[in-house]
Design a protein around this ligand. Structure first.
Ligand code: ZN
Length: 309
């Protein structure tokens, strides 16, 4: 797809078929759950089960201790149906699966191939949603799972809940040949990144960009342009990447979320990346992709080459 920069982002797999039209067919779902080719992605806490540094696909035969009716249909993986199975968030994984290596996606997201990383992120986000919506938000009755795990239904008051994502904007704020980056006190020394924040109810995405840039940097943002998006399952965000032109000087006092905000030229980024602690965030995040896209617009050497030195 031309100009769809989201395909560069980790946790995105544009080719994945979610089999959404099959979710409402309980006969098809039951047949797939009994099919020996069907695969299951195992989630415990906010981690996925791995084997040999790859996502482990369980077969039903390995899961006789678990109720497969509580699984969530993810989609088609190499011609077979694939479901997520949540092993809960207890202090350790259930005994029969405890020998697997459970890892968080911040740790292994870049090491997995792109389709496995996207599938793991999807499984993790769906499992988190199930755990947080076990009871009806209206009347408190236990919620029943429907549509292959994509609807939670209250049998007492008929309230239904659906999987949710929390939208957040992330902004490449630039002017002329400089980019405005900030750092939080808790980050590794020398690290700076783009401006980010959650969308509030009643707010357009463009308004969120302008508000967050003003709150965090004191600068005024204009020419807000959409760039790309990234599912961010920590635990359930959708990062919406934008670029904006910002005022040369601050126009108001920033809040204290960021320890420091400052301008960088491309030359300063090269200098920091090659001689000191790493400046830009790791390529796992859309923040890196935003900085990379801006950087490469006017550089003979791609940013990826500089950060890998
Ligand atoms: Zn209810």
């Amino acid at each position: 797809m031309t100009n769809d920069y989201s395909s560069n982002n980790v946790f995105v797999d544009n080719a994945f078929d979610r089999l959404a039209h099959k979710r409402t067919d309980p006969n098809w779902v039951q047949k797939r759950l009994a099919d020996r080719d069907t695969r299951f992605v195992g989630v415990w806490q906010h981690r996925c089960a791995l084997a040999d540094q790859r996502l482990h696909f369980f077969k039903a035969g390995e899961l006789s201790d678990f109720d497969l009716d509580q699984t969530i249909l993810l989609g088609d993986v190499d011609g077979a149906a694939c479901f997520a199975l949540d092993f809960g968030d207890g202090p350790s994984p259930p005994e029969s699966v405890a020998h697997f290596d459970f890892q968080g996606l911040r740790t292994i997201g870049m090491a997995l191939d792109e389709s496995e990383a996207a599938l793991a992120a999807y499984a993790q986000a769906m499992s988190f949603w199930h755990r947080r919506h076990r009871f009806c938000g209206t009347c408190g009755n236990p919620a029943a799972l429907k549509d292959a795990g994509h609807v939670l239904d209250c049998s007492r008051c008929d309230a239904r809940s659906f999987p949710r994502s929390d939208p957040a904007v992330i902004v490449l704020a630039a002017r002329d040949d400089r980019v405005l980056l900030g750092r939080q006190a808790s980050w590794p020394p020398g690290r700076y990144s783009t401006i980010a924040g959650f969308v509030e109810p009643g707010e357009s995405l463009e308004d969120t960009v302008r508000r967050e840039v003003a709150e965090e940097t004191g600068h005024c943002a204009s020419e807000v342009r959409y760039f790309s998006s990234q599912p961010w399952p920590f635990p359930s965000s959708l990062m919406l990447g934008f670029s904006a032109t910002v005022s040369a000087e601050p126009v108001c006092d920033p809040d204290e979320e960021l320890e420091e905000v400052r301008w960088f030229t491309r030359e300063e980024i090269i200098e920091r990346e090659t001689s000191g602690p790493k400046l830009v965030p790791p390529p796992l995040s859309i923040a890196y992709r935003l900085i990379e896209h801006w950087f490469n617009l006017d550089s003979d050497i791609p940013l990826a080459e500089i950060v890998s030195r």
